[in-house]
Ligand binder design. Structure first.
Ligand code: PLP
Length: 398
């Protein structure tokens, strides 16, 4: 039976919320201050400026005390009007949830079908937008890192596909599970609204979410008529320059965000991205050595954040995950909606290093044996070999 207080740290290897570093927990554990006082104003200005560097934007960033879903809604209601047509791409569970939200808000969505094993196809975007000569589509919404599948979409290529047809649609991108883990450039890639959240690459607990907003998106918000109150960018932008918020902010999470930004800048964003790529490659080396399938079909689209592993026919992912939790005190990500019980997901993001990966993979390899899942031994060894072989190059940039 599951011990109520197992010894040692729980391994939280779901693809977010990710493990929160002690440094961040210590920062959150400070007295809550007056959110209208002078000390808070400095904190507010610092975190807003830091988040611009993370999004790589000179434009506006707003911070909501909300989960990522709130920031999805903010992106739509600030820029669109009832009955507007929106193009979205079915990369997986999260793209599907965003699509359902858009429909509930009164938008007409054309959903480009996908097989949940690929990212957005820029050629398909070009085909749809080229045919839209009347510019009916007001926005294209894509998920950068589909957390349900472990597939990354090339956002820059999507931007070029829109530009190739000279189409004026806004580009909105969900980076909830990629920001701070995968290279992302809001301004350079011409993204109009980027949506993100605190509980993945930013290493914070859940509870903060973000919009980065281009000048074009801000202009669209002047005439957009979807009902909005709490999510209205303008209330935020009126007071944010002085470091304050239009309502009570999540003060302690903002202390944590301040610390998270320091940690990311100390390591250097490029080093952070390289670390994620390297640990993801070692994870895949293990999965391949076990003889199991990676859900992502295109190696160019493998996620640096998580790997979704397909179970052999006749073996349920949920029973396997329960075995790992019971014996090794580790949580792995479950398969979502149509992937339920078919895949498990290994989170390798945020505050994570070589030995946390080796422990994760060892728990999986032992769990596969205990649960009677057919596989070859040697996955952990394959990962260790790759990590040792690449150890030298991983230090060079530091
Ligand atoms: N989009 C993506 C890509 C996600 O991974 C998630 C959550 O995991 C969400 C949206 C929804 O965010 P939240 O659960 O914080 O509301």
């Amino acid at each position: 039976p599951l011990q109520s207080h197992p010894s040692g740290r729980h391994f939280l290897q779901i693809p977010g919320p990710s493990n929160v570093p002690d440094r961040i927990l210590r920062a959150i554990d400070n007295v809550t201050i007056d959110h209208r006082g002078p000390e808070f104003g400095e904190l507010g200005k610092a975190v807003l400026a830091g988040m611009k560097k993370i999004f790589k934007t000179e434009s506006h960033v707003v911070i909501y005390p909300a989960s990522g879903t709130g920031a999805w809604e903010a992106a739509l209601v600030n820029t669109l009007s009832p009955g507007d047509h929106v193009l979205m791409a079915e990369t997986g569970h999260f793209a599907t949830l965003w699509k359902r939200m858009a429909e509930r808000l009164g938008l007409h969505v054309q959903f480009m079908e996908g097989d949940w094993r690929h990212g957005v196809d820029p050629a398909a975007v070009t085909a749809v937008l080229r045919a839209d000569t009347g510019h009916r589509f007001k926005a294209l919404c894509v998920v950068h890192n589909e957390t349900a599948t472990g597939v990354v979409t090339d956002v820059h290529a999507v931007r070029k596909a829109i530009d190739a047809c000279g189409h004026p649609a806004l580009l909105m991108v969900d980076t909830i599970s990629s920001l701070g883990s995968v290279d992302y450039r809001h301004d350079e890639w011409g993204v109009d609204v980027t949506v993100s959240g605190s509980q993945k690459g930013l290493m914070l607990p859940p509870g903060l979410s973000f919009n980065a907003i281009s000048a074009k998106a801000l202009q669209a918000s002047e005439t957009a008529t979807l009902r909005r109150a709490y999510w209205d960018w303008h209330d935020m932008l009126a007071i944010n320059p002085r470091g304050y918020f239009p309502y009570t902010p999540a003060t302690n999470l903002l202390y944590g965000l301040h610390e998270a930004l320091e940690m990311l800048f100390e390591e250097g964003l490029d080093n952070v991205f390289a670390r994620h790529k390297r640990l993801a490659a070692a994870t895949r080396a293990a999965v391949q050595a076990w003889g199991l399938d990676i859900l992502c079909s295109d190696p160019a689209q493998y996620s640096p954040v998580l790997t979704a592993v397909v179970m052999p026919q006749g073996h349920g992912a949920d029973a396997f995950r329960a075995t790992v939790l019971q014996h090794f005190n580790m949580s792995l990500g479950q398969g979502l909606s149509k992937l339920s019980d078919r895949v498990f997901r290994i989170g390798h993001l945020g505050y994570f290093n070589e030995l946390s990966l080796c422990g994760t993979l060892a728990g999986i390899e032992m769990g596969l044996s205990l649960a009677g899942v057919p596989h070859r031994q040697g996955g952990v060894q394959a990962a260790m070999t790759m990590l040792a072989d690449t150890a030298h190059s991983s230090q060079e940039g530091q």
